[in-house]
Design a protein around this ligand. Structure first.
Ligand code: DGY
Length: 331
């Protein structure tokens, strides 16, 4: 009999078809995530869960699922929606989708950087609102990207791709990460490792590429904004809570921060009346950094691969908790 699984949203056919062909799948078809009570009801008795970053996977959900749950496959590289230690304690491997969205996410981060620096959305509004009367010597003056200093916080796969793009634009690149890159990588990426204080003090642009952890929550708060160069621009494609949104709003209002490009926000989704959106130099897009057709196809294939491997009792191709396999009674 095909194993029962729950898929909490329609994902691209490249992966969905693999899941539907091999399992007895309950597919949540709505555009919005399943409400919590619906999720808890539907997960009962399944052997596999294909979750999204909008689904909270915690002890309550694992209890509701039951002891037969063999695998959780998250359709994302980030997994802060999942209580991974709780899954590990129960011997449940958790999969994610690393690697395939690296360049696509860095592309969007750099696009945000360029758009905010050169005030693209303000220019577009200017034209659309019929305010374009003539060429103006002082019209919509922005910030140069070439020759500027980019501070990259979190120098993993995506942070490094950001460095490559910056180097192509003639930027100076600083980075901060708890794990320092090898001298060869630093040389190849033309990037200098620095303490956070120095990165904040010297960067014209600060781009966030960290995981969301208790240590990185509100990493950019009022104090951090105060230590940045006046007028610096902040880019966030990591997770919304890495920035304190109230502090950012105050820093934009005072001019201490010159602009922000946010793919991720806190709260998410952000409502249209949020104070940050009153600032024309704050560009917000709805968490679309990995949203290219090809990348979402690859993420779907990977998520399906993790799910189906777990159902077969095989090691997941990309587990986030490989330690689950070292336990006395691994899944
Ligand atoms: C992720 O994968 O974690 C992104 O935020 C969405 O693709």
């Amino acid at each position: 009999m095909a194993p029962r699984v729950l898929v909490t949203r329609r994902i691209p056919d490249a992966g969905l078809k693999l899941v539907l062909d091999a399992t007895d799948a309950d597919l949540w078809e709505d555009e919005l995530p399943p409400p919590r009570d619906e999720l808890l009801r539907r997960v009962a008795g399944v052997e596999g869960l294909l979750s999204l970053l909008t689904d909270r996977v915690d002890d309550e959900l694992l209890d509701a699922a039951g002891g037969q749950l063999k695998v959780i496959s998250n359709f994302a590289v980030g997994f802060d929606n999942i209580d991974v230690p709780a899954c590990t304690r129960r011997g449940i491997p958790v999969g994610n989708t690393p690697g395939v969205l690296t360049e696509t996410t860095a592309d969007l981060a750099f696009a945000l950087l360029m758009a905010v620096a050169r005030r693209l959305t303000e220019g577009y509004d200017h034209v659309r609102q019929d305010r374009w009367k003539t060429w103006g010597p002082m019209l919509l003056l922005g910030r140069d990207i070439h020759g500027a200093t980019l501070g990259i916080v979190g120098f993993g796969r995506i942070g490094r791709e950001m460095a490559k793009r910056a180097s192509g634009f003639g930027m100076r690149v600083l980075y901060h990460d708890v794990h320092r890159a090898s001298p060869d990588d630093e040389a190849a990426l033309n990037a200098e490792s620095v303490e956070m204080d120095r990165l904040l003090a010297e960067s014209d642009f600060v781009s966030l590429h960290t995981n969301l952890t208790p240590e990185t929550e509100h990493l950019l708060d009022a104090d951090a904004f105060g230590r940045m160069k006046r007028g610096a621009i902040v880019i966030n494609t990591s997770r919304g809570p890495v920035i304190d949104p109230d502090a950012l709003e105050r820093a934009l209002a005072s001019g201490q921060i010159g602009g922000a490009g946010l793919d991720v926000t806190d709260p998410e989704p952000m409502r249209a009346d949020h104070p940050l959106l009153h600032h024309p130099n704050c560009l917000v897009v709805p968490h679309i950094a990995s949203a290219s057709v090809a990348t979402r196809d690859r993420m779907a294939e990977m998520a399906a691969g993790n799910l189906l491997s777990g159902l077969r009792g095989e090691r997941l191709p990309t587990p986030v908790n490989p330690e689950v396999y070292d336990q006395p009674n691994p899944a």
